[in-house]
Design a protein around this ligand. Structure first.
Ligand SMILES: C[S@@+](CC[C@H](N)C(=O)[O-])C[C@H]1O[C@@H](n2cnc3c(N)ncnc32)[C@H](O)[C@@H]1O
Length: 436
């Protein structure tokens, strides 16, 4: 009867965690997240309020487990296999700009909506039956709803596709740009066994080129912009929130110092740190293709412009900017180990005794040690790193080895994961003359 006991235990855990969350919200006169068109897109529970924050993570894990049990292994496997249809309906919504064609208040008939959608897609014939079936499938994921028969209205999720530009681009990037590469990753593994090259991936098969990922991105300004905005949406999701970077490292200890943000994209992370630590100046380096007007998705706010400078530097070439600290956020998971070593070696010419290298990157948790949502996010990201660049998320123990391979003068000081963050900090110091 262990299976029955498990169901009972989960049901009571769900009731208990829900109570913690609703008590918290009620006592503050706050709403829960909701799919109602005017509902909250996220729970208003900050990570500092640890008990309700953790209760929500536990609730998600327990409801998922109880849901899976109630579906059962046989049906779960059937569902898992064809749930790729989720991607199909979402891709269609994104590709055909359907969310923008649905009024934000009230509803619209399938006939009127089809005419509007066809018009914005250069009169591409889609037809009512196709539009209706795609939307009715999307509705099973709470994207749009049908308040009365044949009338389509927004939910909070579909409204996000209209109003949240980074998230809309995230959807397009994952469901459109990455979909076929995902489907071709096993083919890539067969064609290039155990490859560590970013030119031997599902992306290379699908898009028919031999370029590394970032060079491929830069061929197409629209794709570059979509990627940049998608990274912003990713960076803003709970476990990846930029506030974990701002709060999670003792930036104040640097006093007045220059930080080089390597592969810093459009500088949004540096800007967030600069906002809180006025003694710091940032040099945000990225590739030239990321510095074209078309690629710039978001600029550094005007009041920080003299402390956060966007510049161009390829981190595989020798570093020339002398700084106290070299910061890498979400860089090393993008390259296989041999290239991570090259990046660390290219820094050496600029390093002085006591220079710091700080990495903020995923560290895969031991199975079962993080919350379900966190572990799932990390493992999904790990797979996407394989799909796009044949790289991987690292385990906490991997870092010392990586630095040692690059140069024995690097000394890894500590590796830690701030609470609520799915990303860890790895801090190394340059210690010439003390190598063992
Ligand atoms: C995953 S994004 C991370 C961006 C940013 N650090 C953040 O935390 O959001 C990787 C960044 O590395 C940049 N990049 C890739 N190859 C590079 C290279 N060889 N030199 C400098 N930047 C590079 C990309 O253009 C991109 O902006």
């Amino acid at each position: 009867m262990a299976s029955v006991a498990r169901m009972t235990a989960l049901a009571s855990e769900i009731a208990q965690k829900t109570q913690i969350i609703t008590d918290y919200l009620t006592s503050r006169n706050l709403e829960a997240a909701s799919f109602d068109v005017d509902g909250l897109a996220e729970f208003p529970i900050p990570p500092e309020d640890e008990v309700p924050f953790k209760a929500r993570l536990d609730l998600a894990a327990a409801t998922k487990e109880l849901y899976d049990i109630s579906v059962g292994p046989k049906q779960s496997l059937r569902n898992l296999s064809w749930d790729c249809a989720n991607n199909l309906s979402l891709q269609a919504v994104w590709e055909f700009h359907i969310a923008e064609a649905v009024p934000l208040t009230g509803s619209i008939s399938y006939e009127e909506l089809t005419a509007k959608v066809e018009a914005v897609n250069n009169d591409l014939p889609i037809g009512v039956p196709n539009l209706r079936r795609l939307l009715r499938h999307a509705m099973t994921n709470r994207i749009f709803c049908e308040p009365t028969k044949n009338q389509v209205a927004h939910t909070r999720t579909s409204r996000l596709l209209v109003e949240d530009e980074p998230l809309r681009n995230w959807t397009g990037f994952v469901c459109h740009d990455m979909w076929l590469p995902v489907a071709n990753t096993v083919n890539a593994m067969k064609r290039w066994p155990a490859s560590e090259e970013s030119t031997e991936t599902g992306v290379n098969i699908v898009y028919g080129h031999t370029l590394p990922w970032f060079e491929f991105l830069q061929q197409d300004p629209a794709l570059t912009k979509r990627y940049n905005l998608a990274m912003k949406a990713h960076g803003n999701s709970e476990g990846y929130a930029v506030e974990h970077v701002v709060q999670g490292y003792p930036w104040a200890d640097l006093g007045e110092a220059t930080v080089v943000d390597m592969g810093g994209n459009q500088g949004y992370v540096s800007a967030a740190i600069a906002e809180v630590f006025p003694g710091l100046k940032f040099v945000v380096q990225d590739q030239a293709g990321m510095r074209t007007p078309e690629a710039i998705g978001s600029a550094v706010p005007g009041h920080l412009a003299d402390r956060v400078k966007l510049t161009t530097h390829d981190f595989f070439t020798p570093q020339t900017e002398i700084a106290k600290l070299y910061f890498f956020r979400m860089i090393f998971h993008g390259f296989s180990d041999k290239y991570c070593v090259d990046i660390l070696r290219a820094l050496v010419p600029a390093l002085r005794k006591g220079s710091l290298v700080v990495i903020n990157d995923g560290a895969l948790p031991e199975p079962g040690t993080a919350s379900y949502l966190e572990e799932r996010a990390m493992r999904t990201l790990d797979l996407f790193m394989q799909v796009s660049v044949n790289a991987r998320e690292h385990e906490a123990d991997d870092w010392a080895e990586l630095f040692a391979r690059a140069d024995p003068r690097y000394a890894v000081k500590r590796v830690w994961r701030p609470a609520k963050s799915v990303m860890s900090f790895i801090e190394a110091e340059w210690k010439p003359g003390q190598e063992v």
